[in-house]
Design a protein around this ligand. Structure first.
Ligand code: URA
Length: 451
C-alpha cells in the first residue's frame, strides 16, 4: 500500500505499526485528518520524511478552516484558520520530528485542550517559537537575497540568486519576489530546491546548483540546461513576436510593435518586461494643468497609479501649499513603466535612457492631445526632455522661466524625489519652496490665455 497517499492509508499504516511517510504540509494535513478521524493518538504514531527534495513546497494550498470528510461513523474535524496557519508556518521550521509535533498539537486541540494554541502552554510555546523562527527567516531572506544579473544576451533567467535558508522558506521568499519583480525572469537556487520565475509562473524543482560558484558557470551549466528544459525560454520572446497588434487598417499584424492601442500592451521598449504594469496618467479629462514626472516608482508600479509613494506625498504637500488640488490636475509620467535594478530586497530606481523616453513619447503626446492642458509642469530633467521633445533641454536653463511650447505653457520645477534626497535640510527646504513657487506660477498661467 502507498503510505504517502490516500486518506485511509495513514490510519492503516499506524494500525500495522508502519511509520507515515510525509514530505509536504498538504500530505501531513491529509494524514493527520485521517488519523484524527480514526482516533489514533500521537504516541502510537511514527512519522518519517525525506530530506527535502523541493516537494515540500508543492501542492500546499493556503490553509483554511478545514473540514475533513469523515470515514463512516466518524465526526468531521473543523480546525480554526489561525491554528491551521500556525501549523503550516511551523511545518517550515527545520526541527527534528516536526510532523510528530504538529500532530501532537492538533490532537490535543481536538481533545478539547484549546490552550495548546497559547504561548503559556509548553507545546503552544514551542509552536509559537517555530512560527516566529520561520517568520524571522523569511524577512531576513527578503533582505539578504542578492540577485546576480546575467548578460542581457544570455537569455532567461535574467537574475540568479543563491541562498542557504535555515528553514524551508523558499516558497514564501519566491512568492515575495514574484510579486515584486514583474515579468523579469529569475531563479533562486538553494541546496535543497530551486524556484524559477518565468515572468508569469513559479516552477519548483529539486536542487540545481552546488553553490554560488555555479551561478557564474553560466555558459552551458547543468542548471541552465535544466532551466531551459522546463521553461522553453523562447516562449516569452515568441509571445512577444507573435503578439497581435491592430494596425490602422484594423487588421492584426504579427510582430508589429509600433502602434499598440492600449498602454497595457505597450512593447515600444523593453521596460515592460521588468515592470508589474504600465502606469498611465490620471485626473480630470479636461484638466487645465498637467504634471509630468519621470517614471513610476516601486509603489506606483505595484499600485498602478502615478505619484502614490513618498515622492507623491511630497508633491501633494507642494500642491497644497500652492493652493492647487490634486484632483484638479492631470498627473502622469514621461515613461510609463518602472525601470529598476535589484538591490537586496529593494528595487532600486534606475533613470530611463533617452531611447526609452523617446519610445514613451508616443503616450505622452496622446495624453497631451486628449487632455489639452493649458499648462504643463515638468517635474525634473527627464520630464522636461520629454515635454519639450528635446534631449538637450536642461533644468538649469528652464527653471523659474515658463516657456511657450506647442501652444501651451511649460513650467519646470524640481522633481519631488530630488527635494526629498537633498541631504542638507536648508537646501531641501529651498528646493521644496522652489517647487511650490513653480506650481503657483502654473496655477496663475492656467487662469490666463494660452500662449
Ligand atoms: N516619481 C515619478 O517620477 N513618478 C511617479 O509616479 C512616482 C515617483
Amino acid at each position: 500500500m502507498d503510505r504517502t497517499q490516500g486518506r485511509l492509508s495513514a490510519a492503516a499504516s499506524a494500525s500495522s505499526g508502519h511509520p507515515v511517510l510525509v514530505h509536504s504540509f498538504a500530505q501531513w494535513r491529509e494524514a493527520a485528518r485521517d488519523l484524527l478521524a480514526h482516533h489514533v493518538p500521537p504516541q502510537l504514531m511514527q512519522w518519517i520524511s525525506h530530506k527535502n527534495d523541493g516537494s515540500l513546497f508543492a501542492g500546499a494550498p493556503p490553509a483554511q478552516a478545514a473540514d475533513a470528510a469523515p470515514p463512516d461513523g466518524a465526526c468531521a474535524l473543523r480546525v480554526p484558520r489561525q491554528l491551521m496557519d500556525m501549523l503550516q508556518s511551523a511545518a517550515c521550521c527545520r526541527v527534528p520530528n516536526r510532523w510528530a509535533f504538529l500532530y501532537l498539537v492538533l490532537w490535543r486541540w481536538q481533545q478539547g485542550e484549546k490552550d495548546v494554541m497559547s504561548a503559556a502552554d509548553e507545546d503552544g510555546a514551542r509552536l509559537h517559537a517555530m512560527v516566529k523562527a520561520v517568520q524571522r527567516e523569511i524577512s531576513g531572506m527578503h533582505a539578504a537575497i542578492r540577485f546576480r544579473e546575467r548578460r542581457e544576451d544570455a537569455g532567461p533567467p535574467r537574475f540568479v540568486a543563491w541562498f542557504e535558508p535555515g528553514h524551508d522558506v523558499l516558497p514564501q521568499v519566491a512568492r515575495h519576489f514574484a510579486a515584486r519583480m514583474g515579468r523579469v525572469s529569475w531563479m533562486i537556487a538553494t541546496p535543497d530546491a530551486s524556484v524559477m520565475w518565468d515572468g508569469e509562473r513559479l516552477h519548483t524543482t529539486g536542487p540545481l546548483m552546488r553553490g554560488p560558484q555555479d551561478i557564474d558557470d553560466a555558459g552551458e551549466a547543468p542548471w541552465l540546461t535544466h532551466y531551459r528544459s522546463i521553461f522553453n525560454p523562447a516562449r516569452l520572446n515568441a509571445d512577444l513576436l507573435t503578439s497581435q497588434v491592430p494596425t490602422a487598417a484594423g487588421k492584426a499584424q504579427p510582430g508589429a510593435v509600433s502602434s499598440p492601442t492600449s498602454l497595457g500592451q505597450c512593447r515600444r521598449c523593453d521596460l515592460w518586461q521588468h515592470a508589474t504594469q504600465a502606469v498611465g496618467g490620471e485626473g480630470p479629462a479636461q484638466a487645465r494643468i498637467m504634471l509630468v514626472g519621470e517614471q513610476p516608482g516601486d509603489q506606483e508600479d505595484l499600485r498602478g497609479k502615478p505619484f502614490v509613494g513618498p515622492a507623491g506625498q511630497l508633491l501633494d504637500r507642494a500642491l497644497h501649499e500652492a493652493a492647487l488640488d490634486r484632483r484638479q490636475v492631470w498627473i502622469t509620467n514621461a515613461v510609463k513603466h518602472f525601470k529598476w535594478e535589484p538591490r537586496g530586497k529593494r528595487r532600486l530606481h534606475k533613470s530611463p535612457a533617452q531611447r526609452e523616453i523617446d519610445a514613451c513619447g508616443y503616450w505622452l503626446q496622446r495624453e497631451l492631445a486628449q487632455v489639452g492642458p493649458k499648462v504643463v509642469v515638468a517635474l525634473g530633467s527627464t520630464a522636461l526632455k520629454a515635454v519639450l521633445d528635446n534631449p538637450h533641454a536642461t533644468l538649469k536653463d528652464m527653471m523659474g522661466q515658463p516657456v511657450a511650447h506647442g501652444g501651451r505653457w511649460v513650467v519646470t520645477i524640481y522633481h519631488p524625489a530630488y527635494a526629498l534626497r537633498v541631504p542638507d535640510a536648508a537646501a531641501r527646504e529651498r528646493a521644496f519652496h522652489a517647487m511650490v513657487e513653480g506650481l503657483k506660477q502654473a496655477r496663475e498661467l492656467a487662469q490666463g490665455p494660452r500662449p
